[in-house]
Design a protein around this ligand. Structure first.
Ligand SMILES: Cc1ncc(COP(=O)(O)O)c(C=O)c1O
Length: 426
């Protein structure tokens, strides 16, 4: 499989030219790759279940051109804050094509989203009560979704080693909170009604059985609700969480062969939803992020210095973990275009002046200060999580489907960062 970088076919001279024009380091996004990945996902979903929709997870990368491109491809928007909701509205999404998730929505944001006809997946009792309190005065009763969690399914996911609680969001099925919430809406009706269920449970999950079990849990719950309360679900939203194969392959503990195809993941869930009996078939929604955008973006950085470190070379580059937050948590593919010769054991490290800004061990040709490194699969959780720690953030270049180069985001200036500060102490 060709990577986005290989598809763009840039040689060293072309990259040098872009660095001269836009500065180093630099992100380069391939529109072609973005569209292709969206197509792969949307087609596979359609084959697994016809009445379906893809809602792109904005937090993965909300660069305007990325969101606009995916909107043009037919993606709905999945947002997790009022800020992201605003981005979606600004690029022309109507409320009905926005799914509003997340554990913190203000009253103002909820009122606006309800008035726009957005799908709201409620996270907690406090949010439900807030909606109820202002719904009483409204003409149309709000139809809302509930985010569900399942401790049983969460136990099937891989521990991330950093203490994540995959079932901390939404209403727990097993402890009865989810059913209590639905009953509460019924008792407090007719102002509020639950019409859908959301159950994002995993991150980078290589096991399709986790998705199937999550779908089964949501379906069994939804059937119980329909029997008991009479509300039939109009949608089952499975969230995201698909593995980025390119990064996974390079994880030391797992072979790429361990990851089944997307068809297996989506087909399993599609079969569960198809087999469920409801008064009318619900829509099946997925909210992929990483799977769609990761591959589209490469990061270009220059070597600043080369030091000897025992048998290895230490290459410090002009980027950092603030600019590319996934550099130290993921195994990105790194190459040195245009440089030949025997491979040397090299440690790549960022320039943030943090001892832990170490990106990993790589076999690279002998590079010198000023040489270029290309870091692949940088589209997910990088631009949206980057910070201005120590340096302003670099430019993002867009390569259109016809190969036209333009800016998707200009490089930040020091003034961009300091202009919100207020001077003068006492
Ligand atoms: C609610 C929700 N939907 C979708 C996603 C996207 O997940 P991914 O990028 O792993 O596909 C996330 C990410 O954590 C999420 O929290």
């Amino acid at each position: 499989m060709q990577s986005a970088y290989e598809k763009t076919q840039f040689n060293r001279q072309q990259i040098e030219k872009m660095l001269d024009e836009f500065g180093s380091p630099l992100f380069i996004v391939s529109e072609r790759d973005l569209r292709e990945r969206y197509g792969v996902f949307a087609d596979a979903l359609l084959r697994s279940y016809e009445h379906s929709a893809v809602a792109y997870s904005f937090k993965t990368n909300y660069l305007r051109k990325v969101c606009e491109t995916l909107k043009n491809e037919g993606a709905r928007a999945e947002v997790v804050s009022g800020f992201e909701y605003g981005i979606a509205r600004n690029i022309g999404y109507s409320g009905k094509d926005i799914i509003f998730n997340g554990p913190h929505k203000t009253e103002l944001e909820l009122r606006e989203a309800l008035a726009d006809g957005a799908t709201i997946n409620v996270d907690c009792m406090e949010e439900l009560e807030m909606i109820q309190s202002f719904a009483r005065s409204g003409a149309t009763p709000p139809h809302i979704g509930l985010r569900l969690s399942s401790s049983k399914v969460a136990r099937m996911t891989r521990p991330d080693g950093r203490g994540a609680l995959p079932h901390r969001f939404g209403f727990n099925i097993e402890n009865g909170d989810a059913l209590k919430a639905v009953r509460w809406t019924k008792e407090h009706g007719p102002h509020i009604r639950t019409i859908g269920y959301h159950i994002h449970i995993a991150v980078d999950e290589p096991n399709p059985a986790v998705f199937v079990r999550a779908a089964e849990s949501a379906i069994i719950f939804a059937q119980q609700v329909e029997r008991e309360v009479g509300y039939a679900p109009t949608y089952i939203d499975m969230g995201g969480g698909f593995v980025e194969a390119e990064l996974w392959e390079r994880k030391k503990d797992l072979a790429s062969a361990a990851i089944p195809s997307l068809e297996v993941f989506l087909g399993g869930v599609g079969a569960v939803v198809r087999g469920a009996r409801f008064s009318s078939p619900p829509m099946l929604i997925f909210e992929p992020g990483r799977f769609i955008v990761s591959r589209s973006t490469v990061h270009i950085t220059r070597v600043v210095s080369v030091k000897n470190m025992g048998t290895r070379k230490l290459l410090t580059v002009d980027s950092s973990l603030s600019i590319l937050p996934t550099a130290t948590t993921r195994r990105h593919k790194i190459s040195a275009p245009g440089i030949a010769g025997p491979l040397v054991k090299s440690i790549v490290a960022g320039a943030s002046c943090m001892a832990r800004d170490v990106w990993g061990d790589y076999d690279l040709p002998a590079v010198r200060a000023g040489d270029i490194l290309v870091v692949e699969n940088c589209g997910a959780y990088s631009l949206s999580r980057s910070s201005q720690f120590i340096t302003p953030r670099p430019a993002v270049v867009w390569i259109s489907i016809d190969g036209i180069i333009s800016l998707a985001r200009r490089a930040e200036t020091p003034e961009d960062i300091t202009r919100l500060d207020i001077s003068g102490g006492r």
